[in-house]
Design a protein around this ligand. Structure first.
Ligand code: PMP
Length: 356
């Protein structure tokens, strides 16, 4: 029998591919602005590195320890290579942390709304979710999160910048928060979108690792590095927990292809810097547009914008008819739109202004 916690979950329904949706709707063009992908593609160095791969190695298992990428990241971040744990995207890391740390009836504290996978994996483990509403400005309410901690709290999720609100918490505030949380509680800061932050010079919580042994920082190659298809994410974790996670995870969770692609993308920092700059400029145009149109939105720091528009579902349908797929269903009248190429952002803004 399927365990009870799992039998209660919403059933899986296959998502249409972009090609299928395009055909179903009879569209000439369809741009996905619903998944916070990198609209500017991937570094050309990735293709070069993959083409140079020796396909006669395809019958051999990949390096279980992901050593090449491990050394590269450890050197750049100036951390001990043994503190890195790799996953088949951050999705796998979120599952791995949940299954390693959570037992039935443990409590998991997080902000609302936030990335849905945290709640999904807490539910699968039979843990109880304690979700704390965001502030009126859409920011994670750290005081309320700290106040929600009980003897049963096992983990706290901080998504920074937060998906779907795109709001950002400064590192000083995270440090003050960590000082209030008991050491037995694991605090995971998911930095999937950290590369897009322009509000602070060195925004990452990584600098706090040496001070707080219960801190875990997550990063992914799916966003700024443009490698969502290759599924590479990693956690930076204190050595004892890193070693446990290495024991629990699947032995060959990254293919050599994924590792080589991530290495090439990581080495081409120029590409990432260019993407981040363009997105920051487009983000400014978006916020100027929304301010001018008097639309409510949260101050964005990631590669997407969360806005409140009456009739959001109708607007999303209108955008789809015009070839733009955006995200709804994240709260009453709220819409999340990924920042795309300049011409697409302009076209979407035109449709939004006509709708208002
Ligand atoms: N964390 C957050 C906050 C995300 O938005 C996403 C993807 N949308 C993930 C993790 C998962 O990323 P990955 O592609 O590395 O599995």
């Amino acid at each position: 029998m399927v365990k009870q916690a799992i039998s209660k979950l919403t059933a899986y329904t296959p998502e249409l591919t972009l090609a299928e949706l395009k055909q179903q709707r009879g569209l000439d063009k369809l741009v996905r602005l619903s998944a916070n992908e990198n609209a500017f593609g991937t570094s050309p160095k990735v293709g070069e590195a993959l083409r140079a791969w020796n396909f006669t190695d395809a019958n051999r298992y990949p390096d279980s320890n992901v050593n090449g990428l491990r050394q590269l990241i450890a050197a750049r971040l100036n951390i001990d290579p043994a503190t890195l744990v790799f996953g088949d995207g951050l999705d796998e890391i979120i599952q791995l942390l949940s299954r390693t740390l959570l037992a039935p009836d443990d409590e998991v504290v997080l902000t609302r709304p936030t990335f849905s996978e945290y709640a999904l994996h807490a539910a699968i483990e039979g843990a109880k979710l304690v979700d704390v509403p965001a502030t009126d400005a859409g920011e994670t309410d750290l005081d309320a999160l700290a106040a929600a901690v009980t003897d049963k709290t096992q983990m706290i999720w901080l998504c920074n910048p937060n998906n779907p609100t795109s709001t950002y918490t400064m590192r000083d505030a995270i440090e003050a928060f960590l000082a209030k949380v008991p050491e037995r509680v694991t605090v995971v800061v998911d930095e999937a979108y950290i590369d897009f932050v322009t509000a602070e010079a060195n925004p990452s919580a990584l600098a706090l690792m040496s001070k707080f042994s219960n801190l875990v920082v997550l990063r992914t190659f799916s966003k700024a590095y443009g490698l969502a298809n290759f599924r590479v994410g990693y956690a930076v974790v204190a050595p004892a927990l890193a070693s446990t996670l290495q024991t629990v995870r699947l032995p060959y969770n990254l293919s050599s292809f994924a590792e080589i692609a991530a290495e090439a993308a990581y080495k081409d920092q120029g590409f990432v810097d260019q993407v981040v700059q363009t997105i920051a400029a487009e983000r400014e145009k978006w916020t100027a547009f929304l301010t001018e149109q008097d639309v409510t939105f949260y101050e964005p720091q990631a590669n997407f914008i969360f806005m409140r528009i009456e009739g959001a579902a109708d607007l999303a349908e209108k955008l789809l008819q015009n070839g733009y797929l955006v995200r709804t269903g994240l709260g009453d009248e709220w819409l999340r739109i990924s920042i795309g190429k300049p011409e697409d952002n302009q076209a979407v803004q035109q449709i939004v202004s006509e709708f208002l």
